[in-house]
Write a protein that binds this ligand. Structure first.
Ligand SMILES: [Zn+2]
Length: 50
């Protein structure tokens, strides 16, 4: 089985992909899209994954 891990996106600080388990909160952006904040496992910053 090829477990395809879901990710939130990439850390804008260091470029690492952030697993969905690291999500902290979800919010609505000004343009109405969903956004999330997550802690980057690589650089320990709280970022909005891209
Ligand atoms: Zn990072």
């Amino acid at each position: 089985m090829n477990g395809d891990q879901s990710t939130l996106g990439r850390c804008p600080e260091c470029g690492s992909s952030i697993p969905s388990g690291w999500q902290l909160i979800e919010y609505e952006r000004e343009d109405g899209a969903d956004g999330v904040f997550a802690e980057c496992p690589s650089c320990s910053e709280v970022v909005a994954p891209k």
